[in-house]
Design a protein around this ligand. Structure first.
Ligand SMILES: C=C(O[C@@H]1C=C(C(=O)O)C=C[C@H]1O)C(=O)O
Length: 376
C-alpha cells in the first residue's frame, strides 16, 4: 500500500493539472465574453449549461462521481459567468442602470409627506432627517404617501421600514415593489412608547388600548402583564391618541409617543412600556427620481428566483465573489403564487463601484426579476 506521503504527492500532481486546466478554461471564457460584448449577447445561456451538465454526467465512468462532477461543473460555469459579468461591467456594458449620481438632495423647497397625523413617529423621523423648517403634510396611509410621490404631489416621503424589536414593516416592503419610487436616505429613530389616557384616569382602570399594530407588538410584554387591556389597532399611534380624546372614555388609552400625548392633552399613565429599552425604528426617505448620492454606501434590491433547489445560494454567490457585505435579507410571499417568495437584500456599496455593477449585472441575468430599490 502506498504511504500517505506518496498519495499526497499524487494528489498534488493532479491538482496542478486541474489548476492549469482551470486557468485555460477561464481564458477561453474571457474570449467568450469578448464575443458577447461585440455581439450584444447575454452572458447566461441556461440551455447550454443544462446540456453541459448532462454531457458531463454521461462522461463519468463511475456512477458515484456523477453528482460530484455535476456540482463541479455547476460551480465552474458559475465562476465563468462571474468573470464575464466583471468584464462586461468594466467595458461599460452595465445593462439597465439609469440611476443618476447627485451631490446632494434638493430639499430646500421640497414638499415632504408622512403617514398619520401630527405627532406620529413618522413626523419625528421626518424632522430628524430634514430638520424642523421643512414643508411637510400628512396622509392617511402608506399607500397614499407612495401615491403622492409617484404623482409628484410631494417630493419625498418618510416611511417606516423596520423596527428593532418587531421586525420588518411588511406593507412598506410590498409598496416598494409596487411603485416606481426609490429610497434615497434613511434615519433611525429611538422609539419610546407611553400609555396615555385622559387627565385623571389611571393605568389600573384601562380596559382598552389603541395603537398601530407595530406599537401593540412592541409593547407585547406589558400588554401580556395587563390582560384587562383589550388591544385595538388603528392606522397610527398619533391617531390612537386622537381617538382617546374623541371618545372621552377614561377606560380608554393610547400607546403613542410622549409628544403625541402632550399634543392631544393626554396624561402619561405609564412611561416607556416598550419591551426593549433600545426600541428604535428605521425610516426610509423615498422619492420618484432614480437618483443616488455620491457618497451613498448601502444598496437595497429585491428579486425573484427560479423555484428550484440551490437558486438562493447561486444568487448570494454574486455578493461573495464581488466582496460585497450583505447587511440584511428579508423575504415576502409573492401575491397569487403560494409558497413562493420575493427576496429583499441590503448590502454595502455604491452603484458606481465596479464590484456592485458586476454583481447587479449577474443578478439581473440570473434572477427571474430584479429591481434596485435605492442606493443611500
Ligand atoms: C462560456 C459561456 O458562458 C456561460 C458559461 C458557460 C460555461 O462556463 O461553460 C456556459 C454557458 C454560459 O451560461 C458560453 O456561453 O459558452
Amino acid at each position: 500500500m502506498a504511504s500517505l506521503e506518496e498519495l499526497r504527492g499524487e494528489l498534488d500532481r493532479l491538482d496542478e493539472q486541474i489548476i492549469a486546466l482551470y486557468e485555460r478554461r477561464m481564458e477561453v471564457c474571457s474570449c467568450v465574453a469578448d464575443y458577447k460584448i461585440k455581439n450584444g449577447r447575454k452572458v447566461y445561456d441556461r440551455q447550454r449549461e443544462q446540456e453541459k451538465l448532462a454531457k458531463a454526467a454521461s462522461q463519468v465512468e463511475h456512477e458515484e462521481n456523477k453528482k460530484g462532477v455535476q456540482e463541479l461543473f455547476t460551480l465552474l460555469m458559475s465562476l465563468s459567468r462571474k468573470l464575464q459579468y466583471q468584464k462586461l461591467s468594466r467595458c461599460g456594458t452595465t445593462g439597465r442602470l439609469p440611476f443618476i449620481e447627485v451631490d446632494q438632495l434638493e430639499v430646500k423647497k421640497a414638499r415632504i409627506v408622512f403617514q398619520g397625523v401630527e405627532g406620529a413617529y413618522s413626523e419625528a423621523a421626518l424632522k430628524q432627517y430634514f430638520g424642523d423648517a421643512v414643508n411637510s403634510y400628512h396622509v392617511r396611509t402608506w399607500k397614499d404617501a407612495m401615491d403622492a410621490i409617484e404623482d409628484g404631489a410631494a417630493d419625498f416621503a418618510v416611511l417606516p421600514i423596520e423596527n428593532s424589536s418587531a421586525g420588518a414593516v411588511s406593507e412598506v416592503y410590498d409598496l416598494l415593489v409596487e411603485y416606481e419610487n426609490y429610497i434615497v436616505g434613511e434615519t433611525v429613530l429611538p422609539v419610546n412608547h407611553v400609555l396615555a389616557g385622559l387627565p385623571g384616569s389611571g393605568e389600573e382602570e384601562i380596559t382598552r388600548v389603541y395603537s398601530h399594530p407595530q406599537g401593540l407588538m412592541q409593547c407585547e410584554k406589558y400588554l401580556y402583564d395587563h390582560p384587562a387591556m383589550e388591544k385595538v389597532s388603528v392606522p397610527n399611534t398619533a391617531v390612537a391618541a386622537c381617538k382617546v380624546v374623541e371618545e372621552q372614555d377614561k377606560s380608554h388609552a393610547a400607546i403613542c409617543s410622549a409628544y403625541a400625548a402632550s399634543l392631544n392633552g393626554l396624561e402619561v399613565l405609564r412611561e416607556q412600556i416598550n419591551d426593549s429599552r433600545h426600541n428604535s425604528t428605521r425610516f426610509i426617505i423615498v422619492t420618484n427620481q432614480k437618483i443616488f448620492l455620491k457618497n451613498a454606501d448601502k444598496i437595497s434590491i429585491c428579486f425573484e428566483l427560479p423555484h428550484k433547489s440551490g437558486s438562493l445560494y447561486q444568487m448570494l454567490s454574486h455578493f461573495i465573489f464581488n466582496n460585497l457585505n450583505l447587511t440584511k435579507i428579508e423575504s415576502r410571499p409573492i401575491e397569487d403564487r403560494p409558497w413562493e417568495y420575493r427576496f429583499f437584500v441590503d448590502f454595502e456599496g455604491n452603484l458606481a463601484d465596479g464590484g456592485v455593477k458586476s454583481a447587479i449585472r449577474g443578478l439581473r441575468e440570473e434572477t427571474t426579476s430584479m429591481k434596485i430599490l435605492g442606493n443611500y
